[in-house]
Design a protein around this ligand. Structure first.
Ligand code: HEC
Ligand code: HEC
Ligand code: HEC
Ligand code: HEC
Length: 340
């Protein structure tokens, strides 16, 4: 009799934590899995229709305005400072200004990039950034078909109505922590960039701005000169977690986990991803990184670098950005640099 109450209390406490554990650790059904490898290889994609519906709703493309006529005088005949878009017809020029406003600066409007009352002025730094962005987008669409195919990208792919895309990264500052938690590769903080794991949360500086090798499996057993350290392995895993999160897929979307490095056992998307890694390095080094010199301090990261691109900047949780909508088709001005 004496022990009854504590036992009941213990059972109550145990079931309370039990319920919390179940709610935290498991996803509410239904959860579906589809097999995309050979039977028995465990190459599955796991999805939940509830989160898929929300993702679908978040990734709709705004309807394109009617195509503009290419007839008439070029824009350069009436505007004075148009090195990039001056070859367009006046109508096309107006249409692309409207579209860019909707994609990048719907709240601030034209003045997001322009000095009020003086469209030709370069004094707004955002206009200078926008010029570089136009060149970057054309470069992606004409030079990186190995990654973006004919689908291509527009400003909307990254910006989605925001002045700065939601998903960007910058170099992580030196960590204040000491002892076990301190690490030159910035880890043990459970950041969302690496799926809340303790892996190094800035794999981007090394792999998506720098061009460190994304390798960790040694070609020889017990190699005494093993080129790959544990830190290296953790950073590669950190990057891979970020890639999986960016695309909303499991590791098995690309790899056979029996042999991560083996290309002959990998899926096709791994090759697309390989090109994607090279493309992102190119964008960060050639276009976005150098913008640090014209960006105001509040637009830069804690280490003073520009906010840069990773896979999530375009993909935003979907294996083909905007579910593969071929938006570029409606904006030929952004397809390739004008032949002049
Ligand atoms: C995202 C930035 C951005 C937004 C928003 C924007 N523009 Fe522009 N605008 C530019 C850039 C960049 C140029 C220069 C294009 C070039 O180099 O060929 C430009 C040039 C112009 C010019 C040419 C001025 C001259 O004489 O040289 C006009 C006119 C213009 N924009 C009108 C507009 C209007 C109207 C809006 C709003 C509907 C708008 N812009 C919104 C970036 C922007
Ligand atoms: C691959 C992704 C990507 C695409 C595509 C892209 N941008 Fe950007 N954009 C960025 C990133 C990243 C930044 C943040 C850089 C920074 O300012 O630190 C940025 C910043 C900007 C800014 C400065 C915003 C601010 O307030 O500081 C402007 C303006 C801009 N982009 C215009 C454009 C226009 C116009 C296009 C289409 C021609 C475009 N972008 C396409 C990634 C992209
Ligand atoms: C979208 C495709 C994709 C996904 C998803 C992906 N990877 Fe990778 N992975 C790659 C590519 C591409 C490389 C090779 C990169 C290179 O060589 O530049 C790679 C390389 C690796 C390597 C190094 C192999 C070696 O040769 O040493 C490991 C380990 C790895 N991935 C593990 C993972 C893990 C774990 C996950 C899930 C958390 C994952 N990957 C998710 C594309 C992917
Ligand atoms: C500039 C925007 C952009 C960036 C940044 C980007 N991608 Fe992509 N990616 C695309 C587009 C657009 C497609 C769709 C191409 C198509 O229609 O087949 C795509 C397709 C893919 C696919 C093929 C998916 C499938 O279902 O076949 C993979 C895998 C992929 N990207 C991986 C990556 C990885 C990994 C990164 C970062 C290293 C990355 N992407 C960065 C724009 C981008």
């Amino acid at each position: 009799m004496k022990y009854r109450f504590p036992l009941a209390l213990a059972a109550l406490i145990a079931s309370f934590f039990g319920v919390i554990f179940v709610l935290q650790a498991f996803e509410r059904p239904p959860v579906h899995s589809t097999q995309n490898g050979f039977r028995g290889t465990g190459m599955l994609q796991v999805a939940n229709p509830r989160s898929e519906a929300a993702l679908w709703a978040r990734n709709q493309v705004p309807p394109a305005p009617e195509a503009a006529s290419t007839d008439g005088d070029p824009a350069s005949s009436i505007y004075e400072n148009v090195p990039l878009l001056g070859h367009l017809s006046i109508e096309q020029f107006g249409r692309i200004m409207q579209a860019m406003t909707e994609w990048v600066s719907p709240e601030a409007g034209c003045n997001g990039c322009h000095v009020e009352g003086d469209f030709a002025s370069n004094a707004n730094y955002r206009k200078q950034v926008a010029r570089r962005m136009i060149e970057m987008v054309r470069h992606v669409n004409s030079g990186w078909a190995s990654h973006v195919q004919q689908t291509g990208v527009t400003c909307y792919t990254c910006h989605r109505g925001r002045q700065v895309p939601e998903q960007v990264w910058s170099a992580a500052p030196e960590q204040g922590a000491r002892g076990m938690a301190a690490s030159p590769r910035m880890q043990n903080r459970g950041e969302p960039s690496v799926g809340l794991t303790s892996l190094p949360h800035d794999p981007f500086t090394h792999y998506l701005s720098g061009a460190e090798n994304i390798r960790l499996q040694s070609p020889a057993a017990l190699a005494s000169t093993a080129p790959h350290s544990v830190q290296n392995a953790e950073s590669v895993y950190g990057l891979m977690m970020s890639i999986s999160g960016a695309l909303g897929v499991n590791c098995t979307f690309c790899h056979n986990t029996r042999a991560f490095s083996a290309w002959n056992e990998s899926h096709g998307p791994r090759l697309t991803a390989w090109h994607g890694i090279r493309m992102v390095r190119d964008l960060n080094n050639t276009y976005v990184g150098p913008l640090r010199d014209i960006l105001p301090a509040e637009r830069r990261g804690p280490m003073g670098d520009a906010l840069q691109v990773n896979c999530a900047t375009c993909h935003q949780g979907v294996n083909r950005p905007l579910f593969g909508a071929a938006m570029l088709r409606d904006y030929p001005e952004l397809a390739a640099p004008a032949a002049r």
